[in-house]
Design a protein around this ligand. Sequence first.
Ligand code: SF4
Ligand code: SF4
Length: 404
Amino acid sequence: MPPEKRWTMRSLRRLAAVLQTVIIGGLPFLKVHGESALRFDVSTLRLHVFGCTLWMQEFFLVLLVLIFFTLLALFVTLVFGRVWCGWLCPQTVLSDFTSFMDRLRGRGPVFTATAYLATFLLSAVVATSLIGYFVSPYEFLPALFRGGTGADTRGCWIVVTLGIFLNYAFLRHKWCATACPYAKLQSVLFDKSTLIIEMDPGRAAECIDCEKCEKVCPTGVSIRRGMDAACINCAECIDACSGVMGRFNRKGLIRYAFGAGGEGKVLRQNFFAMGSLVLLFFGLFLYFVLARTGVDVTVLPHAMGPRLTREGKIINAYVLAVKNMRDHPVELEVTVEKFDDSLVQSLTAPVRLEAEKADKVPLFVRVEKRTGMQGSRRITITLEDVPGKIRIVKEANFVIPDEL
Ligand code: SF4
Ligand code: SF4
């Protein structure tokens, strides 16, 4: 019978790496509603996210997303340990893709030069994809080939390419074991139940000291001696030991385990505390995205100060700075809520704005002066579109002048 084919950790890791590379490398090229699926456009200072465009005024949403992803990373680390490092971190993925460097270097000048050249070309491709997160790749690439890119963009591309090349040509996995700040932070986040890679303590006596697990380790860890901060959870040692022990029809001695000796609990207090925080920020983000009107309004003071007319009417003037961040025109009616039982008249035409345009519209609020009226009031200004999908409520100060 032919030997049963099975997925090794390495093949699963390769699959995850390819998927991740296609997604990360392809997002700026994928178009949704005519824009990159994900790009912070530096020329317009707008963030395009899967067909939705966020303007600078809405960057608190980006902040919420960043907090959400930070908490998610902490949660994943708490539960699954350094799974990010071994399976998804671009440093590991691209070090694996350029593993030919380790094999070809030292085999003579031709092989060495080929390895460096291939790494350099790969670095240029990665840099192009990264630049695509800030400049449209459909504009940047043709301009690059024509030699017509701006000096800033070209300079960034060259610097990023060189940085990536130096990293993958010389630093490689040494970065993970020595300099990576996230790696240092992770050990603080571990608890007694975090997923780790360990040698099964109950079967240590079966080890035949072949040292295969140490030879394949990219960060030079001896997992047999216990957990090591330099271990990136790449699972190469699991495959190596499985191969060795498989010859004796035994399971490998190295494994993934929740907590030392597999005695940890996945559903524990820390899991629920951190998980709740992640859900809270995700919920906040969803709430603000769904409540987003796509129209920004700021009430500014008008050059004309508050005044009392001979007919006993108080007039306050304002400027409405309105920005339409939607991809279609809007028309908004402006109303002002009455106060002190006085008849309040808002004198302004409906605000009409084309897609992605901004305008400033004067608003005059006229109120009949009554006895005892003095000081100032807060007034409520409402801007609403006719279908009733947009409703923006703003407050402003209404000043009551003493004398004519
Ligand atoms: S000890 Fe094993 S899992 Fe950890 S880095 Fe080395 S080979 Fe990878
Ligand atoms: S590969 Fe397995 S058997 Fe060989 S030294 Fe490592 S733990 Fe022992």
